[in-house]
Design a protein around this ligand. Structure first.
Ligand SMILES: Nc1ncnc2c1ncn2[C@@H]1O[C@H](COP(=O)(O)OP(=O)(O)O)[C@@H](O)[C@H]1O
Ligand SMILES: [Mg+2]
Length: 222
């Protein structure tokens, strides 16, 4: 199946019928309606990501009405080119991008499912962020829902804020928690951390980060 026929399906079948809403800008968007046979693969605070079974290697990232970042994300992918730890952008519509599908599971979901995260994943993401920096980009807003693990390797799934040159401590904070808390305490217990607890941690972290302006990591409005 060609990219052209996917674009046609997206424009004719997905976009006119999908219904996405950003209820609270600090929480993931809500998908109210997905036309068959499209499937929602994931939700971020700006967009939802969909997949069609006849086009298994692609995903469609649809931005919720009024949420910024699409143009910037397309530009980041242009600068990144091809790299094994990142997706690629093949098409840019008015409110959607067609991206390479990354297989795997977000580190956030690893915690909730009790799946062990090896050190290699963290090292791969560090290297990917170094590569992004070599392309004039900044690893901004790299948190547990924006990074994935596949067959023991690390991937960066969301690069939409990488044009933002302001410092962001999200990845350093996550690494700190990984080495100081996850590896010595959580991983040996093989605990599944419930979504309610992960959400509490996310909100508490967000609250404290706001007290330290230089550590702010929110996406820049255009
Ligand atoms: N290329 C991709 N391949 C597979 N899943 C993806 C891809 N991009 C995003 N996702 C899934 O969709 C979720 C939301 O996408 P993300 O780019 O983080 O949106 P936002 O910009 O709104 O934060 C991710 O956490 C991930 O689960
Ligand atoms: Mg995201």
């Amino acid at each position: 199946m060609s990219l052209d026929s996917l674009v046609q399906r997206v424009e004719a079948q997905l976009l006119p019928h999908v219904h996405i809403e950003s209820v609270d800008p600090n929480d993931p968007v809500v998908v109210r309606k997905v036309p068959f046979p499209w499937r929602a693969l994931g939700m971020g605070n700006y967009a939802a990501v969909f997949w069609h079974p006849e086009f298994p290697d692609y995903v469609i990232k649809v931005y919720a009405p009024g949420r910024p970042g699409l143009t910037e994300e397309a530009e980041v992918y242009r600068r990144l080119g091809t790299h094994p730890a990142f997706s690629e952008c093949f098409y840019r519509g008015s409110n959607c991008l067609i991206l390479k599908r990354l297989e795997g599971i977000t580190l956030y979901d690893c915690l909730s499912l009790g799946i062990r995260i090896p050190k290699q994943v963290i090292k791969d993401i560090d290297q990917a962020l170094d590569y992004a920096q070599s392309r004039g980009l900044n690893g901004h807003d790299v948190h547990g829902r924006n990074v994935m693990m596949y067959e023991g390797r690390g991937l960066v799934v969301d690069v939409s804020d990488f044009l933002n040159q302001e410092p962001c401590s999200a990845w350093d904070d996550l690494k700190w928690a990984y080495y100081r808390f996850y590896l010595p305490i959580l991983a040996p217990m093989r605990l599944k951390v419930p979504h309610t607890v992960l959400n509490m941690v996310r909100k508490t972290y967000r609250f404290f980060r706001r007290l330290l302006p230089y550590r702010k990591c929110d996406r820049k409005a255009p």
